[in-house]
Design a protein around this ligand. Structure first.
Ligand code: NAD
Length: 496
């Protein structure tokens, strides 16, 4: 298969007010394949003037256009049609995401693309099930509560799963009845740019969906500052989220933030070690650790500690790193997104060594010259990681696991809850009472018991606790409540 056959020769365009356009400045940026750091496509780079046109279009489409006047059923049907168009082009999207983000192609094709199509189907259904409620109130009155769209939503996306995640967010935003301006990450723009063709072909009215590429510091910041944008949803790092909180204060903007994580994975001594070793490995190496909910802190019972580490080392060393398209040769471990991100992961690895953590496996670059062209970091396991170490406290966002021993349940929980993050967590034990007790006490929005990773990503809320985010995921975060009181009795005005 030649993946480059799907790549456009001309620069990928912005999508504003129902039209594919060059940026006003005509500036472009190179799109780079992280497997070899070679540019393979170009895309137009948006600037503030492009963004302002996109916001104005989204505003018009919401305030005056057909979108606001459509029934939920009509919006739902458009989403369903778009989902069908996307399903027919799943291969092209999976190839694009693999090329740009260094994914494993099989995973991009059979998981992420399917989940992206599923988002269209799920939210098409959801659009028709939105409900309000009637609340008992003073006699002679009716009180009902409506959930209405926020209006114009700015959606700022990260690079680690832009296609699947982008579809999940944008479909929820549209199903709720909003219009949207999408700002993809500069490291993961193409799949969303391509997705605009799907919305266009499906017949979404002009201005309902818009996309402007560009830097976070300019385009992301301007989206948050704009008084014409009613709500901003951002998925990304905690520092970026803090920035947005600060900037959003001037417009008191409604914000939803899905931020970083440093999730604990607690393993008790009654488990089947061979099986749980594989779960632990899966938990921190999926997408080379570039997953927000990765189980990057293994909290391991002392009595199985050394046996587990020996088996984990052996499992990690089985990975075959390489180009995600090279699945026929067993490649099952992918590259990191960029040179700079890989460098940041290497800096953390050096800090782990300096701070005295015990290196079990990985921790040194691959020597294969082909791999050296990309941004590969091998699965790296540090044992005896203390809670005061930088690698324990900070999100690394790469395939680096920190292992810390424990003896008692209380100790395990104290270690698990000992960071500023609260995104997710795992617990493995055959003692189900203990497992559920611990699940209840882990401070995080999504907990896995005897498994790892979500089994209902769009059906079930994934909420960031502590510094991992603000706002419950799902359609409700793109809606705002309105309570209405109705007088049912003539002449009920109270005497003055
Ligand atoms: P990032 O914070 O660098 O960028 C995220 C987005 O924000 C990008 O589009 C970027 O351009 C934009 N941005 C940057 N500065 C901005 C600013 N000042 N104002 C507005 N927007 C700005 O994150 P990333 O490196 O793209 O993604 C990795 C991070 O995302 C990790 O921390 C990961 O945990 C997190 N993440 C969280 C979830 C979740 O559901 N909680 C899911 C995926 C990724």
């Amino acid at each position: 298969m030649d993946p480059y056959r799907f790549v456009k020769q001309e620069p990928y365009k912005l999508y504003i007010d129902g039209v594919f356009v060059e940026s006003e400045s005509k500036e472009t940026f190179d799109v780079i394949n992280p497997v070899n750091n070679q540019p393979f496509a170009k895309a137009y780079k948006g600037r503030t003037s492009d963004l302002n046109r996109a916001i104005a279009a989204a505003r018009r489409a919401y305030d005056e256009g057909p979108w606001g006047k459509m029934s939920a059923k009509e919006r739902s049907k458009l989403l369903l049609k778009a989902g069908q168009l996307l399903a027919a082009r799943a291969e092209e999207f999976a190839v694009t995401e693999t090329l740009e983000c260094g994914k494993l192609y099989m995973s991009a094709l059979y998981y992420e693309s399917q989940m992206a199509v599923d988002a269209f189907e799920f939210f098409a259904g959801k659009a028709r099930c939105l409900e309000g409620k009637v609340v008992p109130c003073e006699a002679g009155h009716l009180n009902y509560v409506l959930w209405q769209p926020c209006g114009v939503v700015g959606e700022i996306l990260p690079w680690n799963g832009p296609f699947m995640m982008g579809c999940q967010k944008v479909c929820a935003i549209l199903a709720a009845g909003n219009t949207v301006v999408i700002k993809p990450s500069s490291w993961g723009s193409l799949s969303m740019m391509l997705l605009m063709e799907i919305f266009h072909e499906a017949g979404f009215p002009a201005g309902v969906v818009n996309l402007v590429t560009g830097s976070g510091a300019e385009i992301g910041d301007a989206l948050v500052k704009s008084p014409l944008v009613d709500m901003v949803s951002m998925t990304g790092g905690t520092e970026t989220g803090k920035n947005i909180i600060g900037v959003s204060k001037d417009t008191v903007k409604d914000i939803a933030l899905e931020l970083g994580g440093k999730s604990p994975n607690i393993v008790f001594d009654d488990v089947d070690v061979d099986e749980v070793v594989k779960w632990a490995r899966f938990g921190f190496t999926l997408n080379s650790g570039q997953v927000c909910v990765s189980g990057t802190r293994l909290i391991l019972h002392k009595s199985i500690y050394e046996e587990f580490l020996t088996k984990l080392k052996a499992e990690c060393e089985k990975f075959v790193p390489g180009d995600g398209f090279d699945y026929m040769n067993g490649v099952n471990f992918s590259t990191l997104i960029s040179k700079s991100h890989a460098q940041s992961v290497w800096n953390y690895i050096e800090s782990g060594k300096k701070e005295g953590a015990r290196l079990i496996t990985g921790g040194v670059p691959y020597t294969d010259p082909v791999l050296q062209k990309g941004n590969f970091v091998p699965p790296t396991v540090f044992a005896d990681v203390r809670t005061d170490m930088t690698i324990f406290q900070e999100e690394i966002f790469g395939p680096v696991l920190c292992v810390t021993p424990f003896e008692t349940e209380e100790e395990a929980l104290a270690i698990a809850n000992g960071t500023e993050y609260g995104l997710a967590g795992g617990v493995f034990s055959k003692n189900i009472k203990r497992a559920l007790r611990v699940a209840e006490k882990i401070k995080g929005g999504q907990i896995y018991v005897n498994t790892y990773f979500s089994k209902g990503m769009i059906e079930s809320p994934g909420t960031g606790w502590k510094q991992s985010g603000i706002g419950v995921a799902g359609i409700q975060k793109y809606m705002i409540s309105k309570t209405v009181f109705v007088d049912l009795i003539d002449g009920s005005l109270p005497p003055v």
